[in-house]
Design a protein around this ligand. Structure first.
Ligand code: GDP
Length: 300
């Protein structure tokens, strides 16, 4: 939590900075709720989450249940936990599904490749054997970039040359995983939103291919979005969810962004489990999402 707090609040926390200032002579300042409201909206928390939080804070202030900074922090924290609890579901790989097939999607630049590297490390550290599948065959450098992550975290990767058929790469990867008795296949998929029809066709095709191995695969379809893009991250998440049906989300670059409120907005709009958050460029800078820890890091 302390690392996450340092990263999330690099610079000033977008939410909890200087809450004490809102109290004059130990009474909550009249403008305080308005200020919290502004902070939430500026951080892209969205109208729904903001209204919900501020209504409850106002009621507590009216009933004199919040009389000092500590009580304000505690209440803010518990409200955030309550709001995020339904989506706070870490991704645990069940033993009885082998190999577990995890698709990772996301538009270029959001941190998809980095996240795959971090995921491989995370699950490897938990004792799982991991295989990567270089299924993003459209982007020229994608395979190369994924290979260097595979080297770095020392996991095998299945890849073919540039322009290869993604479905065939992924089929091979699952086959290799079965042969090796691997626990988890992390599949890099191409994400291009401007041609949503194409994206869906592509994903249907690779789904069909993995279903030849396991009719219930893919077991997880995770979208990676960049938290620093705020509202755009939400739009991407909605579009992908409508197009391919997501079962998990990872938000990257939450370190040092003032747009961290997007976590609250996405939680409500999608009701898709938030699996991880990225809090830096390093291989260990991926944290399983936990509402309690997140709220604690944010509000202090
Ligand atoms: P892709 O195009 O989606 O595969 O994106 P990359 O994985 O290549 O990442 C794009 C950039 O974002 C790289 O410079 C990464 O180091 C950086 N990045 C990825 N995740 C994070 C994160 O959680 N925090 C920060 N600060 N940078 C990140």
């Amino acid at each position: 939590i302390s690392k996450m707090r340092a990263r999330l609040n690099r610079g000033d926390s977008w939410l909890s900075y200087d809450l004490g200032r809102m109290f004059t002579s130990d009474k909550l300042d009249a403008d305080a709720i308005e200020e919290i409201e502004t902070r939430l909206l500026t951080a892209d928390a969205g109208v729904e989450a903001t209204t919900w939080l501020c209504e409850r804070l106002s009621a507590d202030i009216g009933a004199s249940r919040i009389r000092n900074e500590a009580q304000l922090r505690a209440r803010l924290k518990s409200l955030i936990v309550e709001w995020l609890a339904p989506v706070s579901q870490p991704l645990e790989i069940p033993e009885f599904i082998k190999p577990y097939i995890l698709f990772v999607a996301g538009v270029n630049g959001v941190g998809k490749t980095t996240t795959i590297g971090k995921l491989a490390r995370h699950y490897k550290n938990q004792g799982q054997s991991v295989v990567l599948a270089a299924g993003d065959t459209f982007r020229a450098a994608a395979t190369q970039q994924l290979k260097s992550w595979a080297d770095r975290v020392e996991v095998p990767i299945v890849a073919q040359g540039e322009g290869a058929d993604a479905a065939s790469v992924i089929y091979d990867a699952v086959e290799a995983a079965k042969r090796r008795g691997s626990d988890l296949v992390i599949v890099d998929t191409a994400g291009r939103l401007h041609t949503q029809g194409h994206l869906m066709d592509e994903l249907r095709k690779i789904k069909r291919v993995v279903q030849k191995h396991d009719p219930y695969a893919p077991h997880e379809v995770m979208l990676v979005v960049d938290a620093t893009t705020g509202g755009n991250a939400l739009v991407q998440a909605v579009q992908f969810h409508e197009a391919i049906g997501l079962t998990g989300l990872t938000l990257t670059k939450l370190d040092g962004t003032a747009k961290g409120g997007i976590v609250l907005a996405i939680a409500k709009r999608l009701s898709v489990p938030i699996r991880f958050i990225g809090i830096g460029e390093g291989v260990d800078d991926l944290v399983p999402f936990d509402a309690e820890a997140f709220a604690e890091a944010l509000v202090g």
